[in-house]
Design a protein around this ligand. Sequence first.
Ligand SMILES: Nc1ncnc2c1ncn2[C@@H]1O[C@H](COP(=O)(O)OP(=O)(O)OP(=O)(O)O)[C@@H](O)[C@H]1O
Length: 245
Amino acid sequence: MTEAIRLSGIFQHVKGRAALMDIHLSLPQGEWLLVVGPNGAGKSLLMRLILGLDPPSAGTIRVLGEDVAACSGRSMRRLRRRVGAVLQGGALLAEYSVLENLLLPLRDAPMSREEMARAARLVMTLLQLDGLENHLPRALSLGLQRRVELARALIHRPSLLIWDGFSDGLDPAAIQDTLAVLANLRESAKLTLIATDNRPDILSGSEYRVAVLDRGRLLFDGSPDAVFSASEDRFDLRAALWGRA
Ligand SMILES: Nc1ncnc2c1ncn2[C@@H]1O[C@H](COP(=O)(O)OP(=O)(O)OP(=O)(O)O)[C@@H](O)[C@H]1O
């Protein structure tokens, strides 16, 4: 089976401090992985490495079969067109309309204006954003802004979606709506999802694996049921999942 990602022996140092240590992780295409852990565990750093936004201090990262370190210029742009990203803290450009924000990932795509307009219409309908194309992000609720971010991440029909901070700004109903959209894409287009969150059950209702990260180390990688039962015996897992109180 083709792999969406394979991380081998990843270390990441930030300002002289080891923030990720000896991470090994792989995921077949079409599967979903939830990376959970407390604040500061290293989830965002890991997502940035997978996206090729930062190079790791050591180790290799393969994304959709490509060695990220070996990609540059054209090959990196080609790889990025196969990956969508929703990053923490929202990255909608404030002075751009919803439509202009949506079209950003297509800047370098070999597509005509008509094809771009069609892609935007499709994704706006998919996420029920019709009629909002000329709005500025600040005119939208936080939940709608998140939906625009997701639409932007999906506009180029990526095989792999990276979502850092899955439930940020989403209420329970919005989480369920979002999961339904993603489940359809998994069914129809084999979309792979790698999401981060603080809650290990946030994707419940879907089939997914959980990787527990704590202080830069991967403590566990398995099914949600396995992680919950393992945490009954392991203080470190329990603390990473539910807090050290
Ligand atoms: N630019 C930076 N400068 C200094 N330290 C950083 C920087 N980015 C991350 N770190 C540190 O690296 C560690 C991992 O941070 P990271 O943002 O990946 O955690 P996280 O698990 O995503 O946390 P959260 O759930 O709060 O988003 C933390 O100790 C953080 O303080």
